[in-house]
Design a protein around this ligand. Structure first.
Ligand code: AMP
Ligand code: FE
Ligand code: FE
Ligand code: ZN
Length: 284
């Protein structure tokens, strides 16, 4: 591997990033990264085009996914590294989650349309065909209609979970998500654990259960983890022997997050690769 920062969390237009997988890889090369993980929500469709774009650049592409799970209405994201993308149970789960996300986005748009000029075609116009649909696509439709200035403004108002239009989507429980990732030969890491959802739903007993199920790490280095939560989750990582990762959660122009604003150590990266048996990092 070439020297440089390792960033294990980034999105493309296969989910809610604004760049195609090839553009994401080009941005990672440009930023001088050693390795980037492509972790679209509930889809591995970006892997092949990302590998193609990385060939000959010296950049390592780590195939991954950000699996949506839900506990008591709270959204919990599980990063799934180096899974077997053809594992039947995981494939079935992600297909079903994508369908639930679509259903939920339509329901949110129906609610929003009561108060704002907006219809489903506006959202489709902002979505790459086949992409995992999320609130960012609704945000882009609201921007295109002139209701808000940008994605962040949409998330702070109309799309906020307390904004009056929010609906959760169905998804497996976090523990079942972790089990599924392990079954598929992958390495599960709890994404942005200090974000509101996970930080509120995980007490000690539930964390111990996740670790028993095979949780391997926690994404401590992430801009959505407030300082108090970083302290809490660093202590949890120590207590349970979990690795700590750091990542940008880059979404192209869709979020302020910049590539490599948080990074993962080469030692932790090596431990993740060592642990996995579903697929391999791409470097050609
Ligand atoms: P959803 O999964 O559909 O509930 O939408 C949440 C997704 O929106 C997350 O994956 C975030 O990456 C993204 N997101 C959250 N806040 C913002 C923001 N302020 N600007 C852009 N995207 C955001
Ligand atoms: Fe996202
Ligand atoms: Fe996330
Ligand atoms: Zn993400």
């Amino acid at each position: 591997m070439r020297p440089g920062p390792i960033d294990l969390h980034a999105h493309s237009s296969v989910s809610d990033g604004t760049q195609t997988p090839a553009q994401l890889v080009a941005a990672a090369v440009e930023a001088g990264l050693s390795a980037i993980a492509i972790t679209d929500h509930d889809s591995t469709a970006g892997w092949a085009p990302a590998f193609d774009a990385a060939r000959g650049t010296g950049l390592t592409v780590v195939p991954g996914m950000e699996l949506s799970t839900q506990l008591n209405g709270a959204s919990v994201h599980v990063l799934a590294y180096l899974i077997d993308p053809a594992h039947p149970a995981l494939l079935a789960a992600t297909e079903s989650i994508r369908a639930e996300r679509l259903h939920r986005a339509e329901a949110m748009v129906t609610r929003i349309a009561v108060d704002y000029a907006l219809d489903w075609d506006d959202v489709l116009a902002q979505t790459t065909p086949g992409a995992t649909v999320g609130r960012p696509h609704i945000a882009d439709a609201l921007v295109a209609r002139g209701h808000v200035a940008d994605r962040s403004a949409a998330f702070d108002s109309i799309l906020h979970w307390r904004g009056g239009y929010y609906r959760p989507h169905e998804a497996p429980k976090p523990i079942d998500g972790v089990r599924l990732v392990v079954e598929a030969g992958g390495v599960p890491v709890l994404a942005h654990p200090g974000a509101r959802g996970p930080d509120h739903v995980f007490d000690d007993r539930r964390i111990a259960a996740l670790v028993d199920a095979g949780l391997f790490g926690v994404e401590i280095g992430h801009r959505d983890n407030p300082p108090a939560a970083v302290t809490r989750w660093a202590e949890i990582a120590r207590k349970y022997g979990l690795v700590s990762t750091g990542s940008s959660d880059y979404h192209g122009a869709g979020k302020p997050n910049q590539l490599a604003e948080n990074t993962t150590s080469p030692e932790v990266y090596a431990a993740i690769v060592e642990r996995a048996n579903g697929s391999k990092p791409f470097l050609e």
